[in-house]
Design a protein around this ligand. Structure first.
Ligand code: IMP
Ligand code: MG
Length: 186
């Protein structure tokens, strides 16, 4: 798992480095400065979408300069594999939403179903504003109507692990982001 390693194994799959920790850190800082600019003089309630966003959120909120309330919700759309089940389950959302600036913190937007469902649900609770920050986005596989306000970086349709993102619950602790290598040598 050392930084110098060029290949890692998670369960039965091989991954190679895609985004190293220094670049991740720069992405987080850049997203934070946009949020600081847009919400200067306002209060912000961030809702951390568990589990995948825990590291991104932990790093992001430490760069925020306005008064911040941190809430958590659990959304699952993936089963144990590498493809989404297509059904989103939302649990544990007890945040005070009405009249607040709500910022959803998501690890990665793929089809967009997860954030679309969460936004649908939250907009019924009359927030003052409702925005989304995602570390990663896969625009080539988005459904039509996905809107993400703050994006760390866009990637292709490939499957990634690390920095909160899992493959069947493993790999979340990795400090870098690794991409599934479908054709490893040997
Ligand atoms: P969506 O609802 O299709 O946008 O899927 C978003 C959710 O799927 C994210 O919150 C992740 O939990 C998961 N996901 C999407 N792509 C990946 C990936 O490449 N690696 C790990 N999890 C992913
Ligand atoms: Mg996930």
């Amino acid at each position: 798992m050392a930084e110098a390693e060029s290949i890692i194994q998670v369960h039965d799959k091989t991954f190679r480095p895609l985004i190293l920790r220094d670049e991740i850190s720069a992405m987080v800082t850049s997203v934070a400065s946009k949020i600081n600019r847009d919400f200067a003089g306002e209060e912000l309630t961030v809702i951390v979408i568990l589990k995948g966003s825990f590291l991104f959120a932990a790093d992001l909120v430490r760069h925020l300069t306005m008064p911040v309330v941190v809430e958590f919700a659990r959304a699952s759309s993936y089963g144990k594999g590498m493809t989404s089940s297509g059904t989103v389950t939302i649990e544990g959302l007890s945040a005070d939403v009405e009249g607040r600036n709500i910022l959803l913190i998501e690890d990665i937007v793929e089809s967009g179903t997860t954030i679309t469902e969460l936004k649908k649900h939250l907009s019924l609770l009359h927030p003052k504003s409702l925005t989304v920050a995602a570390l990663l986005s896969k625009p080539s596989v988005h459904n039509d109507a996905v809107s993400v306000d703050y994006i760390g970086r866009e990637i292709g349709s490939e499957f990634v692990v690390g920095y909160g993102l899992d493959y069947a619950e493993q790999g979340r602790h990795l400090a870098d982001i690794w991409v599934y290598d479908a054709s490893p040598e040997a």
